[in-house]
Design a protein around this ligand. Structure first.
Ligand code: PHE
Length: 467
């Protein structure tokens, strides 16, 4: 997208930057959704939460809550044509709904501070392939790296610098163009790795782990993780998708885009699982290795693959690009808010917000594992203590995003009228009477909010009991 306007509050008459092609917006949205959430986080939380049973709950959350809320954000953003805060304000003037946009800004700070640390690890592993290869790289190397002080913080800096620089220079469009070929290449690489993983002796146990549900594994905590991840992976609940949709043209059918984004995002997460779990079981490792899972398993697999080094370098590089198209989308709502609502110049807004997030990110980076400099620092939390890294992750995914999404649903139900919202779903000239539009409406105003509320209450109670 481009940002022709430099003044703070674009009026109706000013032309605001817009995605020029139909595919541009879909690509940006997919670029935001597909990232570390799919390739790093989904496999490890699935491994910790019981495999197939978790996947089932997760898919239900995506279908009944995730996609409806995603579409709600698209609709609000395109109608508002400004930041998340501004869009809530414009549709419901004089009401406090815009505070939901502010909650999203806080969530963006939380998420990006640990997300940038993990994106730094990915970059480290791409570089590692070039300098050393993946032979003999396992858990010890991974923990040695993330427990060290200089390396991870420097790589994290590179991530925040690149994220800020791309937004600063206004070349998100260029990044979208990169995303055009990035997704297909990423899928092909994933398929190669999946193929290698599936042909390992003993791989079947990994497939069974992912597709044969053991329902006794499901409890309130697992449902909360699945719901939180549905929000995280679709980039919803904090205004990122509202912001992106504020740049989309009036004719596009947003319902189709939401379905496409949901399907691509889910497909890539499942592929990432299929790349990792067959190998976990074939190598006789534990599925609940935690945040290191991707970095411990894949090098072993690359070491056993023809052209493994090249595949590994390409893979980590692509995951890094996928992570960057997500970090941009986390920083963009913050910058758009500072520019559109607080009259701050775009360059200053970008530099300051990226800088602050990097500074908050350093403690996150140094607390990712118990052996790190700040690894033993505990923040008291719901019947237990969490490391800084886990606190930022837990607070944002399990609470801030679902609460943000819940408020967005209530906004559609209470603050807006069905007719206008439905027309915005299908775009100018579209048919708002389509049954899928009605389905979306009821999922958004009834099923999703009740579901989120129930899971939050049930999940929190369970966490308290466990503590
Ligand atoms: N959806 C991104 C991922 O899965 C992360 C993200 C969360 C991006 C929230 C924007 C907003 O990697």
């Amino acid at each position: 997208m481009s940002h022709e306007h430099t003044s703070a509050t674009p009026t109706e008459h000013q032309v605001r930057g817009q995605f020029t092609t139909k595919i541009g917006f879909a690509l940006a949205a997919v670029g935001s959704a597909v990232g570390l959430g799919n390739i790093w986080k989904f496999p490890y939380i699935m491994g910790e939460s019981g495999g197939a049973a978790f996947i089932l709950v997760y898919l239900i959350c995506i279908a009944l809550v995730g996609i409806p809320v995603l579409l709600a954000e698209f609709v609000i953003g395109r109608h508002g044509q400004t930041s998340a805060v501004g869009s809530f304000r414009k549709i419901a003037p004089g009401k406090p709904w815009w505070l939901n946009g502010l909650l999203g800004i806080v969530a963006a700070f939380f998420i990006l501070s640990f997300y940038s640390a993990v994106a730094g690890w990915v970059l480290r592993y791409a570089v590692l392939g070039v300098t050393h290869g993946y032979e003999g790289v396992g858990a010890d190397q991974f923990l040695g790296f993330i427990d060290s002080i200089g390396g991870p913080v420097i790589f994290q800096f590179v991530v925040m610098f690149l994220t800020g620089a791309i937004i600063f220079a206004g070349i998100e469009k260029g990044v979208e163009r990169v995303a055009t070929w990035m997704m297909p290449v990423l899928v092909v690489l994933l398929l190669l790795v999946v193929l290698r993983a599936l042909t390992l002796p003993g791989a079947g146990a990994g497939v069974a782990f992912m597709f044969k549900p053991d329902f006794s594994k499901i409890d309130g905590g697992v449902i909360l993780v699945a719901l939180g991840h549905a929000f995280f992976t679709l980039s919803i609940g904090m205004g990122a998708m509202i912001t992106y949709a504020s740049y989309v043209g009036k004719k596009q059918n947003l319902g189709t885009t939401a379905l496409t984004v949901g399907a691509m995002d889910t497909g890539i997460a499942i592929l990432a699982g299929l790349a990792i779990f067959p190998a976990v079981f074939a190598f006789g490792m534990e599925p609940d290795a935690g945040p290191g899972l991707l970095f411990i398993m894949l090098p072993e697999l690359f070491a056993q693959m023809p052209l493994g080094r090249a595949v590994g370098i390409a893979f980590f590089t692509l995951v890094f690009i996928a992570a960057l198209t997500s970090t941009i989308s986390i920083l963009e709502p913050v910058v758009t808010y500072l520019v559109d609502d607080l009259n701050i110049g775009r360059h200053v807004a970008t530099a300051v917000s990226a800088g602050i997030i990097y500074v908050i990110g350093i403690p996150a980076c140094l607390s990712a594992h118990s052996g790190g400099l700040l690894g033993e620092v505990k923040i008291p939390f719901l019947g237990g203590g969490l490391s800084i890294f886990d606190f930022l992750d837990t607070m944002s995914s399990k609470f801030m995003l679902p609460i943000g999404g819940l408020i967005t649903c209530l906004f559609i139900a209470i603050a807006w009228n069905r007719k206008a919202a439905s027309q915005e779903v299908v775009g100018e000239g579209g048919n708002p009477g389509h049954p899928l539009v009605s389905l979306w409406y009821y999922l958004t105003i009834v099923v999703a909010p009740l579901g989120v509320l129930a899971v939050l209450i049930y999940g929190i109670r369970e966490l308290l009991n466990k503590g």
